[in-house]
Ligand binder design. Structure first.
Ligand code: ZN
Length: 227
């Protein structure tokens, strides 16, 4: 795994993600084979949905916020438009993130359950104002619990409801091998927001309803194919 030092620390809370590959790698659990292709057999023995997220964050508010954001991220990936983000980025070897996910033998939901989210509060990266960080290809994401709680308790969520889930999707893309600079942190976030934001889904839903009222709505299958 190639570790790079990323310059994606935010100047303010709205600029999202910091990164410290060495710190993330240092906290990665010892190899269990869980993140290898051989994990397919393990995944086949457990339910496909509603598996517990591996969130090891002591603070209950930050833990709940993380689980909620991960569930939202999985829900967003139910939309084909959101899944296309995996075909827009590659890992350091030029491999599509979609192919990286496929080689794990898991769908996105199960893949998220292979990731472990720890509290990175004591890290220098969190001290500098990051929201969360990881290393390309790592299965460990460190969450800056204090920063997450500040976002939850502030009005930022009302102003920008997708902020938290966008940040987590951004980190999940890194776990699939996406590096940074290029693309810049802000470019990754911008594209995630463009493909996966709830407002985009709502807009499309309204469009579908309008088409249905006009008697022009296609069958559900046809609509899904048209996405
Ligand atoms: Zn990043």
């Amino acid at each position: 795994m190639r570790i790079r030092s990323f310059g994606c620390l935010p100047a303010a809370v709205l600029a999202i993600v910091g990164f410290s590959g060495a710190e993330a790698a240092a906290q990665e659990p010892s190899s269990s084979g869980h993140d290898e292709v051989g994990g397919v057999s393990t995944a086949a023995t457990v339910p496909a949905r509603q598996e517990p997220r591996l969130v090891r964050i002591p603070d209950p508010l930050a833990r709940r916020a993380t689980v909620s954001a991960l569930n939202s991220a999985v829900a967003r990936f139910e939309e084909p438009s959101c899944r296309t983000i995996l075909t827009e980025f590659t890992d350091g070897d030029g491999r599509l993130l979609a192919d990286r996910l496929a080689s794990s033998g898991n769908d996105f939901d199960r893949y998220v359950n292979m990731l472990v989210f720890y509290d990175g509060t004591r890290s220098r990266t969190c001290d500098k104002g990051a929201f969360a960080f990881t290393a390309p290809g790592s299965r460990v994401v460190l969450v800056c619990a204090g920063q997450l709680k500040r976002v939850q308790l502030s009005r930022l969520d009302a102003v920008q409801p997708d902020y938290v889930v966008t940040a987590f999707i951004h980190e999940i893309l890194h776990t699939l091998g996406l590096g940074e600079n290029p693309p810049s942190s802000s470019e990754i976030t911008r594209r995630v927001r463009a493909r996966c934001s709830a407002s985009r889904t709502d807009t499309l839903s309204r469009r579908d309803r309008k088409a249905g009222e006009a008697g022009r709505v296609a069958s559900r299958r046809e609509r899904s194919e048209s996405w």
